[in-house]
Design a protein around this ligand. Structure first.
Ligand code: NAG
Ligand code: NAG
Ligand code: NAG
Ligand code: NAG
Ligand code: NAG
Length: 263
């Protein structure tokens, strides 16, 4: 006991330096037990890949073991987002979100997976279904929405029902340290279905509860209109977040763990 303490302390002090030094060549040393490598042939229903991706979402919901810089999936946290959108007459706002937390992503169901090989580049396509997503965040908002002039800061919460989206992931194999890794070159998502969005913004009118309630009612009655207006900027933001995450994961995970083709 007495011996272990100083050793542990010494290690915990040095570990960050050591990690920084080897960061560039760090990769997962052992294939995860819950993954079975799949063949990346051209396919309209790659069931093997579907099973792997669902497994990854569930097993790594608290983050990827050993990989720093990729936080948990459930809850999924984003420190800061800025969204500006101007589409007269309904929306002309700039919004800043801080400490955003999303619950429900680890429950993703992959409806199907397609794989396509084209001149050395792989395109993976997934239809993803989420029954329920909850988002909470601090917000700051300025501008106008549905004829309301707003300039407020408070808490935003939102529930999304039955979200289905298509995500296309483009990647190219690349060698590093005698192994092959996938370099993610593009990610594009497209929301194909959403049944309902409910939002609740606090403190919209300096604490006037009556005005706040009717504004939230207005947003919720017109959620489809607002969503359509905000869709491009939301999709873009989502793509950037996903691209960052997938790029880091594939740089860490040797391709052969996921794909039989690189064994
Ligand atoms: C995948 O599933 C979605 C939703 O059910 C469907 O619209 C799409 O056509 C399917 N794609 C393939 C290639 O089967
Ligand atoms: C975000 O969360 C951090 C840590 O939990 C906290 O220090 C910070 O004040 C929060 N920011 C806002 C805008 O609430
Ligand atoms: C999302 O929030 C609703 C209430 O707003 C709640 O009923 C539901 O259980 C929440 N879902 C999750 C996954 O937290
Ligand atoms: C991945 O590919 C892009 C362009 O195709 C290239 O600019 C980048 O350097 C590659 N990343 C790595 C880690 O090699
Ligand atoms: C909106 O959120 C606030 C605080 O989070 C809560 O007190 C209020 O009941 C919510 N309103 C509705 C209509 O859900």
């Amino acid at each position: 006991m007495q011996l272990h303490m100083p050793v542990a302390l010494w290690f915990s002090l040095l570990a960050p330096l050591w990690l920084a030094a080897v960061q560039a060549q760090q990769f997962l040393q052992e294939p995860p037990a819950f993954i079975k490598p799949c063949l990346l042939k051209d396919s309209l229903s790659n069931d093997c890949l579907t099973a792997n991706i669902e497994s990854l979402f569930q097993h790594w919901r608290n983050g990827v073991p050993g990989l720093h810089g990729v936080g948990s999936l459930d809850p999924f946290r984003v420190g800061r987002l800025r969204i500006a959108q101007r589409v007269p007459p309904n929306v002309d706002v700039s919004v800043e979100l801080r400490n955003m937390s999303t619950i429900g992503l680890s429950q993703a169901k992959i409806l199907n997976s397609t794989t396509l090989l084209n001149s050395g580049q792989y395109t993976l396509g997934f239809h993803v279904h989420l029954t329920r997503i909850n988002i909470t965040s601090n917000y700051k908002l300025k501008g106008h929405v549905l004829l309301l002039n707003l300039n407020s800061a408070g808490i935003l919460s939102a529930d999304l029902d039955n979200l289905e989206f298509y995500v296309a992931l483009r990647m190219r194999p690349q060698s590093a340290e005698g192994l092959v890794f996938m370099n993610v070159t593009a990610i594009k998502t497209d929301i194909v279905r959403i049944d309902k969005i409910r939002v609740n913004l606090t403190n919209l009118f300096g604490g006037n509860q009556e005005l706040e309630r009717s504004a939230n009612e207005l947003f919720n009655e017109n959620w489809r209109v607002l969503f359509d207006v905000l869709r491009p900027v939301l999709t873009e933001t989502f793509d950037a977040v996903l691209q960052d995450r997938f790029t880091k994961i594939f740089r860490y995970l040797p391709a052969k763990y996921l794909f039989e083709d690189f064994a």
